[in-house]
Design a protein around this ligand. Structure first.
Ligand SMILES: [Zn+2]
Length: 191
């Protein structure tokens, strides 16, 4: 599931302009959070503007990471800043995250699933291969919070949120908030 990120044929893909002004934080159960995002084909002005907008959204919401689908754009791209500062934001384009070592359980939240903080199992360490904004490929190993953030954001571009990773007991414990988010989403869908 994780290793297939590079299998992609650009043939049928038509490049579309992203309407940056319309980018805003998306909440569960928005459709854009549930699908597999598409690779970034070219790092052009459009992508640079999207990254700036994603930084604004992440910092406004006091997050440490944000994936493009959380800004309403289904592209394989995310940003992370473990201390929540703009200067330490790192950009990951078309990333592949490979888990390493053992699992660990820790409380986790998500800007797209507000009001829920729950225990999620993640690998203690992982490897990431990605492209930076200059188009350079880089490989890193992460552990602790960095490993957790990489796996969380990678989940987003695979269409997975903490809701799908929550156990049944946690789903029951948070059922009111999940229902509220679903109702808010349905309200937004109304013409
Ligand atoms: Zn998230």
């Amino acid at each position: 599931m994780i290793e297939d990120g590079l299998q992609y044929s650009p043939r049928c893909e038509k490049r579309e302009m992203i309407d940056i002004a319309k980018c805003q934080i998306t909440h569960y159960p928005a459709e854009v959070l549930a699908g597999r995002a598409k690779p970034v084909e070219k790092i052009d002005d459009n992508i640079l503007r999207l990254v700036e907008k994603m930084k604004d959204i992440m910092l406004e919401n006091k997050g440490v990471g944000l994936a493009a689908p959380q800004a309403g754009v289904p592209l394989r791209l995310f940003i992370i800043s473990l201390d929540g500062t703009r200067e330490n934001i790192k950009v990951f384009i078309n990333p592949i995250v490979t888990p390493l070592g053992e699992l660990d359980t820790f409380d986790e939240g998500c800007l797209s699933v507000p009001g829920i903080f729950t225990k999620i199992k993640r690998y203690k360490r992982c490897k990431v291969t990605a492209t930076d904004l200059d188009g350079k490929l880089f490989i890193e190993e992460g552990e602790g919070l960095y490993s957790r953030a990489l796996q969380h954001e990678f989940d987003h571009i695979e269409g997975v949120t903490i809701v799908s990773r929550m156990g049944e007991a946690a789903k029951i414990a948070h059922r009111r908030q999940l229902k509220k988010l679903t109702q808010q989403h349905e309200e937004k869908q109304k013409p």
